[in-house]
Structure formats: structure tokens, C-alpha cells
Design a protein around this ligand. Structure first.
Ligand SMILES: [Zn+2]
Length: 405
């Protein structure tokens, strides 16, 4: 009897993906993208592979063809895929998702370097991993972002989206790893060895290492990196997280146990120290009070609050709503000011800068807003002339013209 597997979907991946999709107005712009691009990108992808690679066909390379089909069957993927061998010495594989797999099959390419180096079992893992990316639709958000920001450099894409892509990409890998594991029949040791081989460039296959030793060693490695810094992503090796996540998936007794143990990893992605956590409460309370002081908060003011809170919090809109609905905002505002000044005197400037940016962002800097700024200044011990000087200093950066109708 074949092994049964838990649902490989990672809820957080879907939640972060939905959030980016919503921020990008995906439900309308995805339609425009299809209208503009048609099947052009799919044609280009196909042409590139035909030029540089060799299609894996049954009568030409039957062994690899069989593995590809076996992996596809194991993960239950029905859409068309063309598999290619490409003459690249790098040990790598990749998938190119098609917008219309009925007309243009998805593409998975296996580099010759990879095929030469891997056993059949290992190749099953790699192919399954790549099919996993197709199953999860991992490429869709990248296509949409690229369409919207066409010629812009990566640093011109708003931080809100860029930062989330760091986490999203990592979660895509964790999700795809689960399909790799399923494709090789639930062979955890092989799966982990392949992740080592591909991500860390270390081939442990020939050493007689036990699965237990691999997991223990990885946990040590993971603790080191998780504790050394708050952020996870480009600056850290990702493979210890991948291994731990796959281990949890492979050994969980139930779906709920899996989600619970994954939370522990996910919490660490977003571990805020006390000061950042307090700042986020301040941004919500101060932003809310300032934005509503001269009538209803404008769209630009709300946008600004969400972006600021979203720098350190993955789901800022939910957090803001939670705080507004459950906390006494006035009290929270004064409490957080007091705490932040105690933590660091420089926070006074951070807070004032933020308050001014919210006051200026809609172009309408009212007397009520100015009074609110002065009240804040007095609360943190500034004299009137210092407050005026601070406002002058921050004007060039935050000021907006007052033009409305
Ligand atoms: Zn991948």
C-alpha cells in the first residue's frame, strides 16, 4: 500500500500571497495582464528551451521520462508539462508556469549537471519539488508584479510588496519541498540530502550519516541563525528552515499538529522586540487619532499607516483593525509615548516625524493637527520653539501641497 500524506498546503503562504495579490489589485490587473501578454511569454519560454535544450521524450530518454511521469503521478498533477534537459553544468532545476497549459504546457527543465549527479530517487524529489511550484501557482504573483512595475528596478517596487516577497519566496520553497518528499515516496533522508546538495552545495550522500544525526545537526544550525537576528531571508541560509519544515511535515501525526508545530517556525519570521512591538501600537493609535482629528481619515492617511505598521508586521490591516476594535486608543497613545521615551530618547523624533507625515500626507495641514503636534511635543518635554524647529526640519521630506476640491 502506498504511503498517505498530510495536505501539503501551507496556510501562511496562501495568506501572504493573497495579501500581495490584493495590494496589487490582482483581481482587475491580472485580467489586463492576460489581455496584454496573451501567450507571448509562454511562446518565448518554449522557444528558449527548444533552442538550448532537449525535450525529455519517451523514445529518446526513457529512464528520465519515466521518472518525470512517476513524480507527476505521485503528486497528482494533471496539467500538461514539457520536461527538458538543458546543457547547464549548474546543479539546478526550474519550472516555468504557463498561463494556459492546455495550449502551452508548463515547462520544467533539469540541468545536465543535476541529472549526472543525482540518483533516481533524488531526481524524483527534485522533479516533485518543481511540480510543487506549479501546483501552488508560485509564479503568478511574480508575473503580475513584473507586469505592473515593468521597467522599474527591484528597489523601486514598494517595500510593502518587496518585503513580503522575501517571506513568500521562502514559503514557496517550503511548500514545494513537501511535494518533492511525496514524489520520492516519503523518503525523508533522501529529501534532506537533496536540499543539502542543492541549497548548501554539500554532498553528504556518500557519508554514512543517520537521519537522526542530520535532523539534530540541522536543529543546532537553525537555532544559531534564528537567535542571531530577527529577520529571516536573503541574508540567512534558507536550507536549515527548509529541512526543519520538511521534518515537521513528514513526522506530524495530524494536520492540526503540523499547523501547530509550523507556527513555531512562522512566529520566528516575525519576532518583534519589545520596542518595535510598542512602536507598532503607537503607529496605530497615533495614526488613528491624527488622521481622524479634522474629519474622517483620508485614503492616503490610511495607506500611510498601513505601510508603516506593515514594515514590521506581516498582517498590518488585521492588526490595525484589532487594535482599533479592542483597545482604548487614547490610553494606548499616551501609554506608548511614555514607554517609548523610557526605552530610548531618540524615539521622540521618530514619533514626531510619524505624526507630521500623517498630518501632511493628505495635503491638508489643519489647525487641529498642529495643536495635536504641540500637545505631543509638550508631553515629551519639548518647548514651543523646539517643536517649531522640529516641524521646520521635517517639512522638506513630508510636506504635501494642499490641492483638493
Ligand atoms: Zn524551488
Amino acid at each position: 500500500m502506498s504511503k498517505s500524506f498530510l495536505d501539503p498546503t501551507i496556510p501562511l503562504q496562501k495568506e501572504i500571497g493573497d495579501q500581495i495579490y490584493g495590494a496589487l489589485n490582482g483581481s482587475t490587473l491580472e485580467f489586463i495582464r492576460h489581455e496584454c501578454e496573451g501567450e507571448y511569454l509562454d511562446d518565448c519560454a518554449k522557444e528558449g528551451r527548444e533552442r538550448n535544450g532537449m525535450m525529455i521524450e519517451k523514445n529518446v530518454v526513457p529512464d528520465i521520462y519515466k521518472l518525470c511521469q512517476q513524480a507527476k503521478h505521485a503528486v497528482g498533477f494533471k496539467q500538461n508539462i514539457d520536461f527538458y534537459l538543458v546543457s547547464d553544468a549548474d546543479i539546478n532545476a526550474s519550472s516555468i508556469a504557463s498561463d494556459n497549459p492546455d495550449n502551452h504546457p508548463h515547462i520544467i527543465e533539469l540541468n545536465a549537471g543535476l541529472v549526472n549527479l543525482m540518483s533516481k530517487q533524488e531526481l524524483l524529489y527534485v522533479i516533485g519539488h518543481e511540480i510543487g511550484h506549479l501546483i501552488n501557482g508560485d509564479a503568478q504573483l511574480k508575473k503580475l508584479t513584473k507586469f505592473i512595475y515593468a521597467d522599474k528596478d527591484e528597489e523601486d517596487i514598494p517595500d510593502f510588496v518587496g518585503n513580503r516577497f522575501e517571506l513568500y519566496d521562502l514559503l514557496c520553497e517550503l511548500g514545494a519541498d513537501r511535494y518533492g518528499y511525496i514524489a520520492c515516496g516519503g523518503d525523508l533522508k533522501t529529501s534532506i540530502l537533496v536540499i543539502h546538495k542543492l541549497a548548501a552545495g554539500i554532498d553528504l550522500t556518500k557519508l554514512n550519516i543517520s537521519l537522526d544525526a542530520l535532523i539534530k545537526e540541522n536543529q543546532k544550525h537553525l537555532d544559531y541563525f534564528m537567535n542571531s537576528d530577527k529577520s529571516v531571508g536573503s541574508t540567512h541560509p534558507v536550507h536549515p528552515i527548509r529541512i526543519q519544515s520538511l521534518y515537521l511535515y513528514a513526522t506530524a501525526k495530524s494536520q492540526s499538529q503540523l499547523e501547530k508545530s509550523m507556527e513555531e517556525i512562522e512566529d520566528r519570521f516575525n519576532k518583534l522586540d519589545e520596542e518595535d512591538a510598542t512602536l507598532n501600537y503607537f503607529y496605530v493609535a497615533a495614526g488613528y487619532l491624527m488622521a481622524n482629528i479634522d474629519g474622517e481619515a483620508s485614503v492616503t492617511q490610511k495607506h500611510s499607516i498601513v505601510c508603516r505598521v506593515g514594515e514590521k508586521c506581516w498582517f498590518p490591516i488585521e492588526f490595525i483593525k484589532y487594535v482599533i476594535e479592542n483597545k482604548n486608543i487614547e490610553e494606548l497613545y499616551h501609554d506608548t509615548i511614555k514607554l517609548l521615551v523610557e526605552m530610548d530618547k531618540d524615539n521622540k523624533v521618530v514619533m514626531l516625524d510619524y505624526l507630521l507625515s500623517i498630518a501632511f500626507i493628505d495635503g491638508d495641514f489643519s489647525q487641529e493637527e498642529l495643536n495635536f503636534i504641540y500637545d505631543f511635543g509638550h508631553e515629551v518635554g519639548y518647548s514651543d520653539d523646539i517643536i517649531a524647529g522640529c516641524i521646520k526640519r521635517l517639512l522638506p521630506r513630508s510636506f504635501r501641497l494642499n490641492l483638493t476640491f
